[in-house]
Design a protein around this ligand. Structure first.
Ligand code: HEC
Length: 167
């Protein structure tokens, strides 16, 4: 009798666990792989000459806080730093669709009219750099939207990062 009951219990138990696992690791429905790849190509051709794509946060913090940027000699904050700051400084992750729009508006404005007074970066990071040159006339609003979409998902979404690392 006991033995017969065990199976449905285990089944229920494992489905509850997998439900939570899926909630934790699934990509949000707002993620669009084609747009991400498109944005990454724009990043590679128009941003990567100054912005490294991704580096471990621990090494970045050592570089900026303790080594005065002499360890890595970076020309600009990295893509993953920007990704993290966009999501934590602008809007709320509770509404991803709207936050993507808001971050894209910020980046469009920043790339056409850069001014460190508007920075979303940490003071300890930004102090190592001069203001980024304006990209007015060098990139369209649509391209900036796509590159921001890529930046948005670059850091903090496991599924995307897995994809990014496997390339
Ligand atoms: C010629 C070098 C250069 C290029 C090319 C460049 N950037 Fe930058 N960018 C910088 C520097 C330097 C900073 C840090 C100073 C600043 O924030 O103005 C920066 C900062 C930023 C910031 C953070 C702004 C802030 O302070 O909050 C964003 C977002 C950004 N860049 C996006 C881009 C994107 C997207 C591209 C490509 C379309 C790009 N950049 C191309 C040099 C560059």
């Amino acid at each position: 009798m006991k033995r017969e009951n065990r199976f449905p219990f285990l089944l229920k138990f494992t489905s509850i666990i997998s439900f939570f696992a899926i909630c934790l690791f699934a990509l949000p429905e707002e993620f669009d792989r084609d747009r991400y790849v498109k944005g990454e190509k724009i990043f590679d051709s128009k941003c990567n000459s100054c912005h490294e794509k991704s580096m471990p946060i621990k090494i970045l913090m050592d570089n900026f806080i303790y080594e005065d940027n002499k360890l890595l000699n970076l020309k600009a904050p990295t893509g993953n730093e920007i990704s993290y700051r966009l999501k934590s400084q602008i809007g709320s992750r509770d509404d991803i669709e709207f936050q993507i729009e808001e971050t894209s508006d910020f980046v469009i404005d920043y790339l056409y009219n850069p001014d460190k007074a508007k920075t979303i970066c940490l003071p300890g990071v930004i102090r190592h750099f001069d203001t980024m040159p304006s990209m007015k006339g060098k990139i369209s609003e649509e391209e900036i939207s796509d590159v921001t979409f890529f930046l948005y998902f670059l850091e903090g979404f496991d599924g995307v990062n897995e994809y990014y690392k496997s390339k």
